[in-house]
Design a protein around this ligand. Sequence first.
Ligand code: UDX
Ligand code: UDX
Length: 458
Amino acid sequence: MNFGKNILCIGAGYVGGPTMAVIAMKCPEYKITVVDTNEDRIKAWNSNHLPIFEPRLEEIVGQTRGVNLFFSTDIKNSIKEAEIIFVSVNTPTKTFGYGAGMASDLQYWEKTAYQIIENSEDPKIIVEKSTLPVKKAQAMERILKESKNHLHFEVISNPEFLAEGSAIRDLIEPDRVLIGSHQTESGLKAAIEIVDIYAHWVPREKIITTNLWSSELSKLVANAFLAQRISSINSVSALCEKTEADVSEIAYAVGTDSRIGSKFLNASLGFGGSCFKKDILNLVYIARNYGLTEVADYWEMVIKINEYQQERFVRNIIKAMFNTVVDKKIAIFGFAFKANTGDTRESPGKYVAKKLLEERAILSITDSQALDNARLDLAGMDGNVIYETDPFKAAIDASAIVVVTEWEIFKYLDYERIFEKMKKPAFIFDGRNILNHQQLFKIGFNVYPIGKPSLTHF
Ligand code: UDX
Ligand code: UDX
């Protein structure tokens, strides 16, 4: 078959996989190849058991794989053949050396840039999908300029705004697609090539083109703003617990102001996920590097409040359970950093579990998607952990239920039956405010929501 554009994506992760599957579905005339250094990951993409869980992903991969979507480990040849290369390798927070715990670890991106120049025989468009610190494109260009046959690589920034669990929907119906390029003739021409891809299904007015640096920074700022909203409402939740105000009522009252908006105001035990913390730390690091101390401090508080909220949640559990959880069985409902994903990166559930284990509790963790990751996350410290797929069984003989992920299924369990099987007094700590607190209280539970008065029988 003769394909139109030949597109390669390096990095078959949470971002690369779903993004390319949707491009393949929407652009049947293009050939899309996804490569990864991790052979097991590619094997999984080529199997019936995809390496990540996303609603509708299986269906779309099923339709396109082997037709115009290919998963491969042949990085060299794939680079040679591609006209457009998306790079979505991971850029975690640095764990060593200068900037440890703050800056992005760009070693994978850099290795990828070298792979590209070593294996290219003609000019290509390189698209940054991974979130990179501002002005990183410049460094990449400097590496890419070193190609042995003096090829020109035009670097485009096209940040992703996918939220896990709704990645496919976010790709099919995005609020916007952002494409940043140099404002030169070749930069603008390359940007049009990328606009062409998305224009197959995204209305043109939703495709925003900017200069390269605005695009890179917009991604960090978008995530910082989203996280800031959660930290804002979470800081208010602490105040609510002292004043008997109700954080949900406040979120509703405040969110109906159209200038503020109602989304992302759910108080919780804290935000998680691979992006928020990493991107804010990045923003903070960049601001500090430019000597903008106040700016850096301002954004850093978003993370501090998030840490405070998680800590506060665990402290409240221990305090409510008469200041000791030693040898008490506690059922942890959820483990993923949010519902509809198996991802546990930076999950507040992980923090809660580790802290309770340090306090010598016995945990039974139940999560329909994240138990494999939970096992990896708690490896070496899970002597007192039971992994259980059935929430009902997880709660048998437990003194408390701690909701850490907002899975729908937790809302509709038979809590009367669960209560009967639990140790008394029985506690529920609802870290997501998803349960019917009054009803649980009537059943006999002592109920501790976030940012609302607790309902206790003492
Ligand atoms: C990544 C980035 O972390 C994030 O900053 C960006 O916004 C989107 O892309 P994600 O897809 O969630 O996020 O990362 P991950 O699921 O870890 O996937 C990255 C993949 O790249 C992994 O499968 C890894 O094996 C692969 N990789 C890494 C390479 O193929 N080559 C490398 O040199 C390094
Ligand atoms: C986020 C951004 O939304 C996405 O645009 C970006 O590309 C990647 O980072 P993601 O991390 O997948 O996506 O999930 P998101 O839905 O943003 O949730 C992040 C965390 O905030 C989760 O732990 C979630 O439970 C929490 N959250 C979200 C709240 O605690 N309260 C809210 O109101 C919303």
